[in-house]
Design a protein around this ligand. Structure first.
Ligand SMILES: NC(=O)c1ccc[n+]([C@@H]2O[C@H](COP(=O)([O-])OP(=O)(O)OC[C@H]3O[C@@H](n4cnc5c(N)ncnc54)[C@H](OP(=O)(O)O)[C@@H]3O)[C@@H](O)[C@H]2O)c1
Length: 326
C-alpha cells in the first residue's frame, strides 16, 4: 500500500522556525517524502513564499491566523498535522489566534482510511490521528513551565494555548496528539542591523556577567521535524521538550564573537536599550525583567546528550550567522 500523503500545515513558514522545519523535512533522505507540506503565508507573491513554492512537495497557501477555517479549507482534504507558530506583538490576539488555529485544525479532522481486511493493521496505526507541534516559550524549567503562565504577556498566551491543546487532545475522539517545543531566546536575535544591536544593548542592561540561555532556530526546525516523523513515539507523543543550545553572558558572547569573527560584538547605547525596553514593555521590557527575576531553566548538557547536533553560540556564529565565513 503506498504511503498516503499526510498533509502537514506549517505556519510561520516564511519565518525562522517554520522555515527551519521545512528545510529539515526537505533534507530527509527518504525515498518518498512523508508529508505534503502546506506552507502558510499572508502573501503568496512575496519572495520568501515564492522560494518555498519552488520546492518539491511544498504547497504555498495564502491565509491569516484571523480566519483559521479558511486556511484549512484550502487543503482539499483533511490535515494530518499542524506546526503552530504564533505572533506575540499583542498577547491577547496571539492567544485568540493560536487557539483559533488549533480549533480549526481539530475540526478539519484527520485523514480517514477505509479499512480492508488486509489493511487493518496498517489502518489501526494511522486512523484518527492528528499531530500538533506547538512552539511556545520556555518558562523556567519543566515543572515551572507546566504550571506557570509567568508575568510576561506573550509567555502567558503560549501557556494558555498549551492548555487548550491539551484539553482538545483529552476530549477529542480523533486522538489529537501534541508535542510542545519550548525554546529559549534565539541566537538569531543577534542580527547585523539596528534590531540586533538593540537586542544586545537590552541584554547588557541585565548585567554583563549574567548568563542567558539561547538556541538556534535551525535546531528548533530539526527537532520539530523529528517530532512529526516520530509523532507516535514515546519520545514525542504528548511530550514537552525545552530547547537551549548554549548559556552565555554578554561578556562570554563578546569573547566568542571576537574569536570567531575578529570583530567586537555589535551593540548600541544603553539609553537605546532602555528606550526599547520601555517602548515595547509588553513584548520586551517585561521579558528582560523576567530574565533577571526568574529566567529560563533548561538542562543544556542533558539536552545536548539527547540531540548532539545542537549548535552552541560559537557554531551558530561560524556556520549560520550574518558573520559566517563565506
Ligand atoms: N525571538 C526569540 O528569541 C524567541 C524565543 C522563543 C520564542 N519566540 C517566539 O517565536 C514566535 C515567532 O516565531 P519566528 O521568530 O519563527 O517567526 P518570524 O521569523 O518572526 O516569522 C513570522 C512568521 O509568521 C507569519 N505570520 C505573521 N503574522 C501572521 C498572520 N496574521 N497570519 C499568518 N501568518 C502570519 C509570517 O508569514 P508571512 O509574513 O509570510 O505572512 C512569518 O512566516 C513568537 O511567538 C515568539 O514569541 C521567540
Amino acid at each position: 500500500m503506498p504511503t498516503p500523503a499526510r498533509k502537514l500545515v506549517v505556519t510561520g513558514a516564511t519565518g525562522k522556525q517554520g522555515g527551519a522545519l521545512i528545510r529539515a523535512l526537505l533534507a530527509q533522505q527518504q525515498p518518498t517524502q512523508p508529508f505534503a507540506i502546506y506552507a502558510l503565508t499572508r502573501d503568496k507573491t512575496s519572495r520568501s513564499a515564492q522560494a518555498l513554492a519552488a520546492e518539491p512537495n511544498v504547497h504555498v497557501i495564502q491565509g491569516d491566523f484571523a480566519d483559521p477555517e479558511a486556511v484549512f479549507r484550502q487543503l482539499g482534504g483533511k490535515p494530518w498535522g499542524l506546526f503552530s507558530v504564533t505572533m506575540p506583538m499583542d498577547a491577547r490576539r496571539e492567544e485568540r489566534e493560536g487557539k483559533g488555529m488549533v480549533r480549526a485544525a481539530c475540526e478539519a479532522g484527520v485523514e480517514q482510511y477505509v479499512p480492508t481486511f488486509l489493511s487493518l493493521w496498517y489502518w489501526s496505526r494511522l486512523v484518527n490521528r492528528f499531530s500538533i507541534v506547538f512552539t511556545a516559550t520556555e518558562r523556567g524549567g519543566q515543572t515551572k513551565s507546566d504550571t506557570t503562565p509567568t508575568s510576561v504577556p506573550h509567555f502567558r498566551s503560549k501557556y494558555n494555548i498549551e492548555r487548550e491543546i491539551q484539553a482538545r487532545s483529552k476530549a477529542s475522539p480523533q486522538q489529537v496528539t501534541w508535542t510542545f517545543l519550548r525554546p529559549v531566546a534565539f541566537f538569531e536575535n543577534l542580527s547585523d542591523n539596528f534590531f540586533g544591536r538593540g537586542y544586545v544593548a537590552m541584554w547588557r542592561l541585565n548585567g554583563l556577567d549574567r548568563p542567558l540561555q539561547q538556541v538556534s532556530t535551525t535546531d528548533i526546525g530539526l527537532i520539530a521535524a523529528d517530532a512529526f516523523l516520530h509523532a507516535d513515539s514515546e519520545e514525542y507523543r504528548n511530550k514537552v521538550i525545552s530547547l537551549a543550545g548554549d548559556e552565555l553572558s554578554p561578556n562570554d558572547a563578546a569573547k566568542v564573537f571576537k574569536e570567531v569573527t575578529g570583530q567586537e560584538l555589535p551593540y548600541t547605547y544603553p539609553v537605546v536599550g532602555r528606550l526599547l525596553r520601555w517602548a515595547a514593555k509588553e513584548q520586551l521590557g517585561l521579558m528582560f525583567d523576567w530574565f533577571v527575576t526568574d529566567d529560563f531553566g533548561v538542562d543544556v548538557k542533558a539536552l545536548r546528550k539527547r540531540y548532539p547536533f545542537m549548535q552552541d553560540f560559537r557554531t551558530w556564529l561560524a556556520e549560520e550567522s550574518a558573520w559566517k565565513k563565506a
